[in-house]
Design a protein around this ligand. Sequence first.
Ligand code: ATP
Ligand code: MG
Length: 601
Amino acid sequence: MSAAPPQTADGAPTSNFLRQIIAEDLRANRYGGRVVTRFPPEPNGYLHIGHAKSICLNFGLAAENGGVCHLRFDDTNPIKEDVEYEDSIKEAVRWLGYDWGAHLYHASDYFDRLYEFARHFIKAGLAYVDSSTPEEMRLLRGTLTDAGSPSPYRSRPVEENLDLFRRMKEGEFPDGAHVLRLKIDLASPNMNLRDPAIYRIRHTTHHRTGDRWCVYPLYDYTHCISDALERITHSICTLEFQDHRPLYDWIIEQLAQGGLLQRPLPHQHEFARLNLTYTVMSKRKLIELVAGGYVDGWDDPRMPTLVGLRRRGYTPEAIRLFAERIGVSKAHQWIDIGVLEDCLREDLNERAERRVAVLDPLKLVIDNYPEGQEEECFAPNHPQKPDAGRRTLILSRELWIERDDYQENPPKGYFRLSPGAEVRLRYGYIVKCTGTERDAQGNIGAVHCTYDPATRSGTPGAETRKVKGNIHWLSVNHARTAEVRLYDRLFSVPEPGRSAAALETSAGTATRPASADLEDDVPFDEPTERNYLDDLNPRGRQVVTAYVEPAVALAKREDRYQFERHGYFIADAKDHDANQPVFNRAVTLRDPWAKASPAKR
Ligand code: ATP
Ligand code: MG
């Protein structure tokens, strides 16, 4: 990976507020020249394109500034977490092109210290064991306008708190019997400071620490301390944590004052999370799509997961380009999925070799082409890159063409085949349509034409005659069959579950509930108006048996091509093999042909 800051088209580095903050911190020598960031996923699901934005930011900013980025698994909730997820997260980060080097950490690495620090808070009179029920605690918490009231346990003596906390850890109490809370400010207008819970009892086996612990620290407490222990300088997170920053600062400041953490302390900076149209990003919904069989697993090519995007044909380069192009902002925003698709087009236009595939075949017979004759035509592998070489296509009397390259009654501006019309067979000859053949049901079974032997592509003097239409074809005797999966957007509306009006006004207004609520961590989720599942795109996946040129069958898994006039395709990572080629459509082309035929898109 290059450590140079990305450049705009005119060569100037693009800036964003995080780059500016880091530059200023370096200038002011706030962290002794160090830049240490971290990407802190919870190993409870597969990463998606939103996480990719965060990965590109954290790893990218560190690399640009000669710093390091840590990969830290935030594994504080043993109920939902699993090693399977950890492995997939590591693979996804590596696939994106980033490397954490020796800096792989787990929040659970710090369980001993977090426990000791909690005892420090108790001893300092800044934490207490609360034995209220969650319901009682909720009632005492107050509201945005009314201060909270002290729980009857708030004034427990230090010794009693230490004893109870030890017994919580030793497993004497059932789940939910007590929690440990910080003693901060029940009247604070910031609910996160109204004595947030920092430890709860969970008699659950943890995927790393096994049964060693039955008390687990909560996110807000764990995260800032983990950052400080790892000497993170810039702790970059999404906006819903903005209201948690005072708590973040309070906790580590207290510990630094107690001599338990080293200064300078990390600072939290928030940016707007990525919201992408025509898809969903909440973990709950992604799990539901998989569990409910609405998609074919986490790596279904329609999914916004990184495993899904990869299987769809996305390249790491395209995703990094996307992350850079959308920038970072402090304001909630929706990004059109078209921006992502364009990044892939740009990347693959440069490096994907061209091939011919006929997705919806119709036979074309060249009546004046001698029966049994064959000839070689030459097609460049890349139109702008002669060095990429060329491949051979065999032309013969019977060809496959696309069904929609023929129209009996062509609309105005249709330049492909129709009775009496001329087109060029790409890399071959100009042909003139002479008629059709119909089957017993009256359907067109074949189109007939004649060719002009004087118009062969690549022959000096032959190209002088111009025709507007230019269609692709494959020889019936030489084409191979392939399964082609035509993927499209997962949902058919920009914002699944919500109207366009809601999209305008409420992008990302949901906030993360304060952990003091003591329920399971409720994931970030947008409010919806109707069931988002009703907005699934019924045409999101169509499978056809297509004809492909022989060279395509030699593709290895994950090889990508442009199928001329159709789009970019990838040999499926799981199902493709030389005998049974399987290709996924990553994205269509944006060309006039695609526009003229919306049904193809
Ligand atoms: P959870 O609700 O389970 O915490 P999460 O989507 O926040 O879900 P994490 O594993 O905690 O998942 O996320 C890891 C990092 O990725 C966090 O720093 C988070 O801020 C960031 N992240 C998650 N979703 C997005 C998004 N849509 N855009 C940008 N960053 C995101
Ligand atoms: Mg999270």
